[in-house]
Structures are given as structure tokens and as C-alpha cells.
Design a protein around this ligand. Structure first.
Ligand code: NAD
Ligand code: DAU
Length: 377
């Protein structure tokens, strides 16, 4: 079936994996990647598919309502997968307004543009989809009731490689009350509410998913894993916030992209699905896995880079623990992670080490200023 799909934020980390998957898997779809190319957007992430006949790139700002109206009409868009956002918590602490503008006003502009266009169509909302990609951070933070870990109630392929642990009894489910703490998560929560409001008020066919921390190739090196891989490579300190005890639930980015594909096609309108792999790690433990993997692949003696660990002042309002319960997605649509965490980390570290040019291109210029302000020279 022919379709015209708009993917926003497709030059970013997760978006580029989603664009690649759709362009390659659906030659009959026309994939329009719309991205403002902020510091986080990089067309080099899509070099391998940029010449495909079913792919078009549009440079635009989602907060520009007239431009969104134009793009949706011009390309006769019938499905939207919305990933464009300001995505880094530390940046939101320094500059909350940019997050409100893009994440809240940008999402609203996109919703409005789609609504206006779809309402003029003979079949109206028939066959249309507005799929909004959100985060587990909107649910707030979970308690760390078991700091030394307890056996997790469920195991997935993602978590099958280690002695599987959870750090509390509670998990985020789709009905968990929203309780965002950072300006980033508050802006994402607000955008989620607008998406649901457009369904409840106008009947717009929306879906929202909330995913846990992603890792993998093409992630901007402000985020923990690529930052630390790059710093080890460059023999720079590894800035661990607080005591390194905070817990995150990690999912390989291609597994997230597969979930997005499945939900876009098979998900139920107006539903919310949580996406995650029951794969909780304390920051300090994951940091040790990264160090071990990088040292091994660089041929350094085991433990050579442990001395780079540097405990620094904690992030303001640092959420203690995130842990996603994704059993609804498994039960209703049959999705499961395909990759064991240790395999995913190995693939990720190898990719960053083999793509040092990609890293060097994005860590020159503006990035150095950001890095110095964040971590000191
Ligand atoms: P990213 O920062 O790597 O990419 C964001 C992309 O959006 C960039 O290409 C950027 O240029 C573009 N963008 C920013 N502002 C824009 C604007 N005003 N108009 C158009 N484009 C704009 O982010 P990511 O990590 O790939 O996250 C993508 C989405 O997934 C976000 O909505 C994020 O909240 C969500 N999410 C991320 C994670 C994660 O672990 N990274 C987990 C769950 C959900
Ligand atoms: O949970 C999903 C979210 O995951 C997404 O919505 C966000 O877009 C994404 O950025 C990510 O948010 P986090 O804040 O969890 O990711 P980050 O990589 O910034 O940090 C992971 C953990 O590591 C967190 O507890 C903070 C800590 N950290 C991070 C950095 C950058 C450090 O200790 N040192 C660092 O230098």
C-alpha cells in the first residue's frame, strides 16, 4: 500500500534508526524526514539511505505552524511518527524555554497542522495515524527499595545475559500517574497531554509510547554511554553524577525502532504502550561494563581506564530509578527485545570506535563549548 509518512527528528539518534528501517523495509512508502538540524541533528546519520527514491529530507522547525501546514499538505501526509524534541535533561536544566518551545509548542503545531489537513480529506481521519514518541521520564522516579538488587519479576532477551536484578518492586505501567521532575520531562509530559487531548476532543487517531533509555550507534555524545566511550578513547575523566547509584533501564535503539514500526502499523488508536526490556542497571555498574569493553577492544590491560572515573556534583533533581513494565506491548502486539544487553553494548562500543570520524565531526566547534561549560576544561 502506498503511504506518505512524515517522521520528525529523523536526523537525530532514534529518528535516524526509524527512518532507515522504514525507508528500507517499505519501498512503497514515501518517507519524509523533517528535522531542524539542531546541534543534535546530523544528516551523516543517514548517509546510507539519502539517495533512496522513497526518501525526502525537509529542513524545518516543528514549532513553525505555517511550515507544518505546508509540509503536511504538500506531501499529502497520512501518517506521522513524531520524534523531534530537545532530548537532554542537563540542557533542560540550563535552558527550559527551548524545551517548552520545541517539545510543547512544536508538538502542538504538528497536531494542529495534521488536524486541519486531515479534516479536509474525504475520508477524514480514516487510515490516518499521529504517533507520538515519548519517554518513561514523564512518570517521575521510582523508589530504590532494594539498593543491592532483587531478582526481577520478568526476564527478556535484553536482560538475559546478566544475573537479572531489579532495584525495587515498583515499575512504570501505562496507568502510572504522571509526575515529571525535570524541565525536559515536564515538557514531554505536556506534549503527551496535548496529543491525548487532540484524540479526546477532535477524534484525532493518536498513539503515545513511553520508552526507557536507548543506547546504540549515532547517539549524540552528551548522553552517558557515547560520552563515556569517547572520553575513555581520549583519556578524559568520566564524570559520574553523585554516587553513581541511579538506575536506568536500557534498551538497544534498533529494538525501539522495531517496536515503533509494529505499533505504528498494529497499535490501537488512543492507546499508550510502554517500551522497555526489564534491563535495569546502576550507572556505576554500566560504566564498569563500558570501561571493560572499551579497554578490551582497544587492547588496553583490563581495568586500565577505571582510574578515569571521577565523581562529580549530582544533577539537580536527579531521578533515582526508572524501570519500565512493557508486558502490555508483549501481550497485545507480541513485541520483545531481540538483543541481549551485553551483545548490544559490544556492538555499540565497536561502532563508536570504528566511527571516530563521525564522532570527531560532531565534537568539534559548539560541542567543545558545551563540554567545557558542563564539565570544566
Ligand atoms: P536527539 O536529541 O538525538 O534527536 C532529536 C532530533 O530532533 C534532532 O535531529 C534535532 O535536530 C531534531 N529537532 C530538535 N528540535 C527540533 C525542532 N524544533 N524542529 C524540528 N526538529 C527538531 O533525540 P533522541 O534521543 O533521538 O530522541 C528522539 C525522541 O525520543 C525524543 O522525542 C525523545 O524525547 C524520545 N525518547 C528518547 C529516549 C532516549 O533514550 N534517547 C528514550 C525515550 C524517548
Ligand atoms: O529514560 C529515557 C530518557 O533517557 C530519554 O527520555 C532522554 O531523552 C535520554 O536523554 C535519557 O535520559 P537520562 O537523563 O536518563 O540519560 P543520560 O544519558 O543523560 O544519563 C543517564 C544516567 O547517567 C543518568 O542517571 C545521569 C547519569 N550521567 C549522565 C551523564 C551525561 C552521569 O552520571 N554522568 C554524565 O556525564
Amino acid at each position: 500500500m502506498k503511504r506518505n509518512i512524515l517522521i520528525t527528528g529523523g536526523a537525530g539518534f532514534i529518528g535516524s534508526h526509524v527512518v532507515r528501517l522504514f525507508v528500507n523495509k517499505y519501498p512503497d512508502y514515501h518517507i519524509v524526514n523533517l528535522d531542524k538540524l539542531t546541534y543534535a541533528g546530523n544528516l551523516a546519520n543517514l548517509k546510507d539511505i539519502e539517495d533512496k527514491p522513497n526518501y525526502t529530507f525537509v529542513k524545518a522547525d516543528i514549532a513553525d505552524l505555517d511550515e507544518m501546514r505546508r509540509v503536511v499538505r504538500e506531501f499529502k501526509i497520512d501518517g506521522i511518527i513524531h520524534l523531534a524534541a530537545e532530548s537532554h535533561v542537563d540542557r533542560s536544566i540550563k535552558d527550559p524555554f527551548t524545551f517548552a518551545r520545541t517539545n510543547v509548542m512544536g508538538t502542538l503545531a504538528l497536531l494542529q497542522a495534521a488536524k486541519e489537513y486531515w479534516e479536509t480529506q474525504p475520508e477524514k481521519y480514516g487510515g490516518k495515524r499521529f504517533y507520538h514518541i515519548s519517554t518513561d521520564e514523564v512518570y517521575g522516579a521510582l523508589e530504590m527499595t532494594h539498593p543491592t538488587g532483587i531478582p526481577a519479576p520478568f526476564t527478556t532477551k535484553a536482560s538475559s545475559g546478566k544475573n537479572h536484578e531489579a532495584y525495587g518492586e515498583e515499575f512504570f505501567v501505562e496507568t502510572t500517574k504522571y509526575n515529571p521532575h525535570s524541565p525536559y520531562s515536564a515538557s514531554k509530559a505536556s506534549s503527551d497531554h496535548f496529543v491525548r487531548a487532540y484524540h479526546d476532543t477532535y477524534g484525532m487517531p493518536t498513539i503515545v509510547t513511553n520508552c526507557s533509555n536507548n543506547y546504540g550507534p549515532y547517539q549524540f555524545p552528551e548522553k552517558l554511554i557515547p560520552l563515556f566511550i569517547n572520553n575513555i578513547r581520549q583519556r578524559k575523566p568520566l564524570p559520574v553524577y553523585g554516587k553513581g547509584e541511579n538506575v536506568r533501564d536500557w534498551l538497544f535503539v534498533e529494538d525501539h525502532a522495531r517496536a515503533i514500526d509494529l505499533i505504528f502499523h498494529k497499535g490501537k488508536i488512543s492507546e499508550t504502550y510502554n517500551i522497555g526490556g526489564f534491563n535495569e542497571w546502576k550507572n556505576i555498574d554500566i560504566i564498569k561494563v563500558i570501561i571493560k569493553t572499551v579497554d578490551r577492544l582497544l587492547g588496553n590491560p583490563e581495568g586500565a581506564s577505571l582510574g578515569l572515573i571521577t565523581y562529580v556534583t549530582d544533577r539537580l533533581g536527579h531521578d533515582m530509578r526508572y524501570a519500565i513494565d512493557s508486558r502490555k506491548l508483549q501481550r497485545e502486539l507480541g513485541w520483545e527485545p531481540s538483543l541481549q544487553f551485553e551483545e548490544g553494548i559490544e556492538r555499540t562500543v565497536r561502532w563508536y570506535l570504528q566511527n571516530s570520524e563521525w564522532m570527531e565531526n560532531i565534537t568539534s566547534g559548539e560541542y567543545e563549548k558545551y563540554y567545557d561549560e558542563m564539565y570544566g576544561k
